[in-house]
Design a protein around this ligand. Sequence first.
Ligand SMILES: Cc1cc2nc3c(=O)[nH]c(=O)nc-3n(C[C@H](O)[C@H](O)[C@H](O)COP(=O)(O)OP(=O)(O)OC[C@H]3O[C@@H](n4cnc5c(N)ncnc54)[C@H](O)[C@@H]3O)c2cc1C
Length: 251
Amino acid sequence: MLRAPVIVAAHGSWEPGPLPSQLGKTNRPSDLLGFKAHFTGSSLAPDLMPLLVFPGGYGGMVSADHGRLSISCCIRRDMLALLRKQPGPTQQSHLSAADAVSRHLMESCRGVRDALESAHPDGSWLAAGPIRPGIRSCYERDIFRVGNAAGESHPVVAEGISMALQSGWLLACELACAPDGRAGREAAGRRYEAAWKKLFSTRVYAAAAIAGITLRPGNATLMAAIIRNFPQALTLGAQLSGKTKPVPGFV
Ligand SMILES: Cc1cc2nc3c(=O)[nH]c(=O)nc-3n(C[C@H](O)[C@H](O)[C@H](O)COP(=O)(O)OP(=O)(O)OC[C@H]3O[C@@H](n4cnc5c(N)ncnc54)[C@H](O)[C@@H]3O)c2cc1C
C-alpha cells in the first residue's frame, strides 16, 4: 500500500510489476526488444546520426560521450529467435542474443560495418523491453504517470527521454496550482492529460508510422522515396516528431 499526498508513477513501461500503474507482461512474435552497445575507435563522422533499417528492426548510431559510438536498435522477438538458431562459437551452442543482434547488424548494414571496421566494444551489450509504444492514461486510480508510464513513442524518432522530462514538467506545472485533496488532483489530472495529448500525440503516431515503414519487408521502395526527398523529408520528420515544438510555460 502506498500513501502520500500525491503519487507519481515514473517506472517506465518495460518492467512488469505489481503496481496498479504497471503494464502486464507481453509475449508476441511482433514484440520489439531493445539493444544498445558502445564502441571506441569508430570512424563515424561526429555530426552524423544515421538511421539503420534491417530485416526485423530499426536502429541508430550516434557519437556519444568520451569519443564513443553508441549503437541502439529494436528487433522483433521472432526475428531474434530465428537469428539465435544460427550456430554459435562452438558446435553445440546457439548464439547469445547480443551476438545474434551484433552479427545481424554487421551483415545487414554497410554503414555499421564501415563505422565499426577498426572499433572495439566498450562494455557489453545492454537489453530492454519489449518496448510498449502507445498512449496510456496520464492519471488513473489517483496515480499520475510520467515518462513511458504515460505514453511511449517508437524510439525511431529518438524522443523518449525528451518526452519523459517534458511530461514531468507538464505535471509539475499542473500540480503547482492544484488545491489539496482528491478533487484538486482529479482536476489537475484532467488538465495534465489534455496538455500531454496536445504536446505528444502527433509524435507518437508519426513515430509509429515511420517505424511501420522501416519494419514492413515490402516497404523498401517507400523508404527509398522518402530518402530521395531529403532534406525536405527530414524537415517534415523533425516537425512531426515534435523536435521543433516548444514546451508550454518554459521560457
Ligand atoms: C533501443 C532504444 C533506443 C532508444 N534511443 C533513444 C534515443 O536515442 N533518444 C531518446 O530520447 N530516447 C530513446 N529511447 C527511449 C528512452 O530510453 C525512453 O523513452 C526513456 O528512457 C523513458 O524514460 P522513463 O524515465 O519513463 O523510463 P525508464 O528510462 O525505463 O526508467 C524507469 C526506471 O524505473 C525503474 N523501475 C521499474 N519498476 C519500478 C518499481 N516498481 N519501483 C521502482 N522503480 C522501478 C526502472 O528500473 C528504471 O530505472 C530508446 C529506447 C530504446 C529501447
